[in-house]
Design a protein around this ligand. Structure first.
Ligand SMILES: *Cc1c(COP(=O)(O)O)cnc(C)c1O
Length: 372
C-alpha cells in the first residue's frame, strides 16, 4: 500500500487482514465439479417465487411479513425481533451499539466462531478470552469473574466448530452475574439441528439476554443473507439506532417469508431430519477409522475430528475436489478438520476418499504405529 493510503487508513485497521471465510478460500465460481463441505451450508436449495412488483421502491426497514413469520416460528413478539443482513450483521450491530471504540471489550470463549473477535477488531473494541474447558464446556466461573469489565459476552450453542451445547443453567449463571452490567449474546445459528435446546424461553426472565439466529444453516438460505436478533424490546430499540435504513432487500424479505411459512417450515424440518441422519452415519463411519478421533459433539450440521495426518488429508481432498475446513489453527483444535454434512452421495464420496487416503497414501509404516 502507498504510504499516504496507509497513514490515512484507521490506525486499528492497518494490521488487520480480511476474514478468511470458506468462500474467500475457495470461490464459488470455481465450478460445480467441486464438493463443498467447508462452510456449513446446506447441500441443496429450495425454490421460491420472487415478484418484481415493488423493486422500484425502498423496502421497509423491518419488513412486517418477515418479523411476523419469525415471531410465529419462535413464539416471541415482533417487538423482540430485529431482522438483519445475516447473523454476522447482528454481531456487528451489537458491538457498534454497546461497545465504545478504544474503551470497551467483549468476551469470547474460544475455540468458537471467528466473527465475534473480527467484528470487535474492526471497531477497535477489545477482545477478552476465556477458553473453553477441556471438554469444551464454558468456564462459567472465569466468565462471571469478568462481569463489569466487558460489555458483551458471546456464547455459541451449538458451538461452531465444536458442536457442543451450553446447558441452560450455565447460561443463567452468566446472565445473573452480568445482570445490570453487560449483555450476554447466545448465538443459536445451528439451533434447527438441536431445536429442543433453544433458550428463547429465557428472554422473558433476563433483560440482558440477546439471541442470534440465521436462515443460513437449517433453512438452507446462506445466499440471501438473512438473520435475526432476539432480545428485549428495549435492546431492539438501541439496535435500530445503528442499523442501515434498508437492511433487508425486498427479494430477501419475499424469500424469507416463504421459508418461514407453514410449508417452508415443513420443508426445513424434513431437510434437517435427513441431514441429522446423515450426520450420525458420517460420524459413525469416521469414528470407525482408526487414524481419526471425533472431537466435541455433533449437535450442528458438521463433524469435527482430529487426525495427525490432517494437512496431508486436507490436501488430498482438495486435489480430489472435495473441500472441507481446516480448524487446526484454533485454540485446543490442533490437527482438527471440520466437515459440513452434504448429500448422501457427497458424504459417500468424501468417506471413500478418506478411507482410500488412509489405506494407501498417508502413512508411512512408522507413523502407523504411533497413537493418534
Ligand atoms: C454461520 C454462522 C453465523 C453467520 O450466519 P449468517 O446469518 O450467514 O451471517 C453466525 N454464527 C455462527 C456460529 C455461524 O456458524
Amino acid at each position: 500500500m502507498t504510504d499516504w493510503l496507509s497513514s490515512l487508513t484507521c490506525e486499528h485497521l492497518r494490521e488487520l487482514t480480511p476474514y478468511e471465510s470458506a468462500r474467500r478460500l475457495f470461490a464459488a465460481s470455481e465450478g460445480q465439479q467441486r464438493v463443498w463441505l467447508n462452510a456449513n451450508e446446506s447441500p441443496e436449495s429450495s425454490t421460491f417465487e420472487v415478484s418484481s412488483e415493488l423493486l422500484n421502491r425502498y423496502p421497509d426497514c423491518q419488513p412486517e411479513s418477515v418479523l411476523k413469520a419469525y415471531a410465529a416460528y419462535t413464539g416471541l413478539q415482533q417487538e423482540q425481533i430485529v431482522s438483519t443482513r445475516g447473523a454476522d450483521e447482528g454481531i456487528e450491530l451489537i458491538i457498534r451499539a454497546f461497545c465504545t471504540p478504544a474503551k470497551s471489550s467483549v468476551l469470547i470463549c474460544p475455540p468458537t466462531y471467528g466473527m465475534y473477535a473480527i467484528s470487535a477488531n474492526t471497531f477497535n473494541v477489545g477482545v477478552q478470552k476465556v477458553p473453553l474447558l477441556h471438554d469444551f464446556s464454558v468456564d462459567v466461573e472465569q466468565v462471571c469473574a469478568q462481569a463489569g469489565k466487558v460489555n458483551v459476552v458471546f456464547l455459541c450453542s451449538p458451538n461452531n466448530p465444536t458442536g457442543t451445547l451450553i446447558p441452560s443453567a450455565n447460561v443463567e449463571a452468566i446472565l445473573t452475574a452480568y445482570s445490570g452490567k453487560g449483555l450476554v449474546v447466545l448465538d443459536e445459528a445451528y439451533i434447527e439441528f438441536s431445536a429442543n435446546t433453544t433458550q428463547t424461553n429465557l428472554l422473558d426472565k433476563y433483560d440482558n439476554l440477546v439471541i442470534l439466529r440465521t436462515l443460513s444453516k437449517g433453512f438452507a438460505l446462506a445466499g440471501i443473507r438473512c438473520g435475526f436478533v432476539l432480545s428485549s424490546p428495549a435492546i431492539k430499540q438501541v439496535l435500530l439506532k445503528v442499523i442501515a435504513p434498508y437492511p433487508v432487500p425486498d427479494p430477501v424479505a419475499q424469500i424469507a417469508a416463504q421459508a418461514l411459512s407453514r410449508k417452508g417450515l415443513e420443508t426445513m424440518r424434513t431437510r434437517v431430519d435427513s441431514l441429522s441422519t446423515e450426520l450420525i452415519r458420517l460420524s459413525e463411519s469416521l469414528n470407525a477409522i482408526k487414524e481419526i478421533t471425533l472431537v466435541g459433539k455433533q449437535c450442528g450440521n458438521f463433524v469435527l475430528f482430529r487426525s495427525k495426518h490432517n494437512s496431508e488429508l486436507m490436501q488430498y481432498l482438495v486435489n480430489n475436489n472435495v473441500l472441507i475446513r481446516d480448524q487446526s489453527k484454533q485454540l485446543m483444535l490442533d490437527k482438527c478438520l471440520r466437515i459440513s454434512i452434504g448429500t448422501p452421495e457427497q458424504n459417500n464420496q468424501l468417506l471413500s476418499l478418506i478411507q482410500t487416503f488412509f489405506a494407501t497414501q498417508a502413512v508411512s509404516p512408522a507413523a502407523n504405529n504411533e497413537a493418534v
